[in-house]
Write a protein that binds this ligand. Structure first.
Ligand code: MEV
Length: 324
């Protein structure tokens, strides 16, 4: 029996703009997905017969990546993430499944997190018709603070490059890691609106908006600049600066039409107790994030406003095998 864990992620800056080659900054969060696999005499998932077509991430990893031909597996999944909420739950599922299967089939080989990030990205791309940035899977595999960009970003440590053939042609990203200072009295609080965030639809909506109103590219470029200054503040431990950059980023995300009344409601509810707040992920529902020194108070405000809170430190560890 093997159990693996992979964390979810929170994009601090740069969602949507990263699709246009601008940088994005994401941190891993404390909550994530745990997968336990054990050899059995029949295939099962959560005690039910395993149907590969209903679980494209898992079946891609078993069949296409590992070409697994061993005994049937009993697969159990425990998730601490809201699903379809912009917290990278499918990336965390792919990564923990990849990590668990790696350890089951090659127990003597240490887990290579870059290979795991590539496996996770392949599973995401396979399930999303070839359109997926490596942000979620790289952040979940590596942990910490990850910067994904069309070009290498100064002041960060380059980890690997990734290329994907998409229906729109070949796309490449550079994946880097930014060092996080000691952040003892700082938390992020995620607030889930309860509405699913349809990533594909939101990304397509931004592209249609830019076609109709080309001046919206100014917002995309501005998000890129805000991301760079937010990253600089983060590296210096200037959390007030990070909060201000988050607020400015949210204004630009609102301009490109990806916020919604429920996200706006949760953001207004936490403003008095936050250094900054914005939507995180694709928007249109999903989650907002508050950067705060008062996580319990912010969580209460989110609950009172009708959302579901999740408190986390910034940039906890990446994917790992858990002791039995
Ligand atoms: C979704 O978590 C982030 C987006 O930028 C999409 C992507 O990066 O592929 C909206």
């Amino acid at each position: 029996m093997v159990t693996a864990f992979a964390p979810g992620k929170c994009i601090l800056f740069g969602e949507h703009a990263v699709v246009y080659g601008q940088p994005a900054v994401a941190v891993s969060i404390d909550a994530g997905v745990e997968v336990t696999i054990s050899e059995s005499n029949k295939w099962s998932l959560e005690g039910m017969p395993f149907e590969p077509s209903r679980h494209p991430h898992i079946s891609h990893i078993i069949n296409d990546i590992f070409q697994y031909s061993g005994s049937p597996l009993e697969i159990d999944v425990k998730s601490g993430l809201f699903s379809a909420a912009g917290l990278g739950s499918s990336a965390a599922l792919s990564n923990s499944m990849g990590a668990a299967l790696h350890h089951l089939t090659k127990p003597e080989e240490p887990l290579d997190l870059i290979s795991l990030a590539r496996i996770g990205h392949s599973a995401e791309a396979n399930a999303q018709k070839g359109r997926a940035s490596p942000t979620d899977t790289a952040t979940s595999a590596l942990g910490g603070c990850v910067v994904v960009s069309g070009e290498r970003v100064e002041g960060t440590e380059h980890i690997f490059d990734s290329t994907l053939e998409t229906p729109e042609g070949s796309r490449s990203w550079s994946i880097c890691r930014a060092a996080l200072p000691e952040l003892e009295d700082i938390w992020i609080v995620l607030g889930f609106t309860g509405i699913g965030s349809p990533t594909g639809k939101m990304v397509a909506g931004v592209s249609e908006l830019i076609e109709r109103e080309p001046q919206r590219m100014d917002d995309i470029r501005a998000i890129g600049e805000i991301t760079s200054s937010g990253l600089e503040s983060l590296s210096e431990g200037n959390m007030e600066g990070v909060g201000l950059a988050m607020n400015s980023c949210h204004e630009r995300l609102r301009n490109i039409g990806v916020s919604c009344p429920e996200i706006e409601g949760l953001i207004s509810a936490v403003q008095n107790h936050s250094l900054g707040a914005k939507l995180t992920g694709a928007g249109g529902g999903g989650c907002m994030v508050s950067l705060t020194r008062h996580p319990r108070r912010v969580a209460e405000c989110i609950e009172i406003a009708g959302g579901k809170p999740l408190i986390s430190k910034l940039g906890s560890g990446g994917a790992r095998i858990l002791p039995q």
